[in-house]
Design a protein around this ligand. Sequence first.
Ligand code: RRO
Length: 318
Amino acid sequence: MAELTTTIGGFHFNNTIMNGAGVWCYDRKELSAVDTSAAATFVTKTATLAPRAGNPKPRMAATDLGSINSMGLPNKGLDYYLQVVEEFHQANPEKPYFLSTTGTSPDDFGKIFTKIAASNFSGLVELNLSCPNVVGKPQIAYDFAAVERILTQVTGIYHGPLGVKLPPYFDLVHFQQIADVLNQFPLTFVNTINSVGNGLVIQDETAAIAPKGGLGGIGGGYIKPMALANVRVLRQLLKPEINIIGTGGVETGRDVFELILCGADMVGVATQLGKEGPKVFARLTEELTAIMDAKGYKRLSDFRGKLQVPEAREVAVH
Ligand code: RRO
């Protein structure tokens, strides 16, 4: 039977599928449910320095094709997640965990990473540069100079394994610009993509969610083509030592397969995890394994990054 082990930096995982930050990761109870599922590991809800209530409700809606959210970074604060991840680490010293974090003002980043550096944290940090839902705050990673500034500061303070969560890019020049910035830093991984920011879902004659006049981050099946393209192009542009976690639009084992075909080292599941709960990981694992077995692939490296593109045939004018 095919095996699904993978590595991010020097960290080994016994499966390639995990949650995407924001879903089933708010507190100890939710993290425990993911930890005891078939998932490789978990990433926490994105932690800010102080706890936050987030945006007013309704702030999340599932649809047949995916989801919209404007949660607004509700979280229990960095201290809570540092402590909880340390507890999981004590119980499972062999299993690496991800801590997601971000700042809500320029001063925060230094404070956050000074705190993490001074803690016992020994997993991987995912710096979220792409939350689309904090009122009045732009998505940081659409500002390439800001990304460079923040990573210069953060990597000067923190020397542990670090990755960034990126928003989707839609323009080939922007792919090159973000890759040029990221390649200057000793990053362990990027996670691409976050939700597609500022979409609108309407139910009858009313927006599905309340904050920001109904606008929110779109996830699920709607965004799979953007996730595939972002994984594929960033794999071509980033230094090979930067691993990629592909997130976006995973509903089936086939979707996991396609993200790996585009170059993902690991795959995140968010909207479908919200719909189905942590048992989704066992189903996706079975479906991916069945695809690999049918194709004769023994391990992920047999097909990772090996997407084929049809040969282009010239077209005559007529
Ligand atoms: O909390 C949120 O509103 C949120 C975050 Br931090 C994020 O990174 N992505 C998203 O879709 N929602």
